[in-house]
Design a protein around this ligand. Structure first.
Ligand code: CA
Length: 228
């Protein structure tokens, strides 16, 4: 599944190279030359991952990472820091501010892709093509197929993404705002009740296989996917 990756890098050649490699790997790059521009992009739509250069003109990469981590809405976005410094102390500082991983320049496209994949797998499993299975229910992102006890379930694209997110983040309560950010990728232009509409459709599609009971409503809080 394609992930939206925000590349914050002031050196045009490196920015270009990273964006090219992300596209080759099937992702959708967004680009910013500095942290201020990146902040505006994040306000419009939450990316699935941020590749963040340490040394930026104006607000530094570290400071930008701190700001992302201090805001409830952007707190969960995975960050990979890019830096020319191989210094161990710098690496610790980077990880301290909440970066998930760290890449030292120069890096190969292969290393970049491997790290992006590893961080997405860990932090945003709904962005990977790994098969997910809970009890009778199985979802295969590679073929876009959902089955219950082996029988196909037909879902619209939004219901598919919603189920994928819920299955990869089980046993946790997700508020409507969180679901909008994670599944719709943008909390600004969609109303919260849209979530309820799609949850209803999803449950309806799962009803015959009785797997709809896996999606629980938590009053006043949101929804939870639970195998119990
Ligand atoms: Ca730089």
């Amino acid at each position: 599944m394609a992930a939206t990756v925000l590349v914050v890098e002031d050196e045009p050649a490196i920015q270009e190279l990273i964006a090219y490699n992300l596209k080759q790997a099937g992702h959708q790059p967004m680009r910013a030359d500095n942290a201020e521009q990146a902040m505006r992009l994040v306000q419009d739509a939450l990316p699935d991952l941020v590749l963040l250069d340490w040394m930026l003109p104006g607000l530094s990469g570290i400071e930008f990472a701190r700001r992302l981590r201090s805001d409830r809405r952007t707190r969960g976005v995975p960050i990979i820091m890019l830096t020319a410094r191989a210094d161990e102390q710098d690496k610790l500082t980077g990880l301290d501010t909440g970066a998930d991983d760290y890449i030292t320049k120069p890096f190969s496209p292969r290393e970049l892709n491997a790290r992006v994949k590893a961080v997405l797998r860990r932090r945003a499993p709904q962005m990977t093509d790994d098969l997910v299975q809970t009890g009778a229910l199985a979802l295969d992102p590679a073929t876009h197929r959902v089955t219950a006890e082996g029988a196909p379930i037909h879902l619209g694209p939004t219901e598919f993404r919603l189920l994928h997110f819920l299955m990869t983040h089980p046993e946790r309560v997700h508020s409507r705002t969180q679901l909008l950010d994670q599944v719709w990728g943008d909390h600004v232009f969609v109303e919260e009740r849209t979530v309820d509409v799609h949850i209803r459709r999803l449950r309806k599609a799962l009803e015959d296989s009785r797997t709809d009971r896996l999606i629980q409503t938590v009053r006043g809080a949101g929804y939870r996917f639970s195998a119990d």
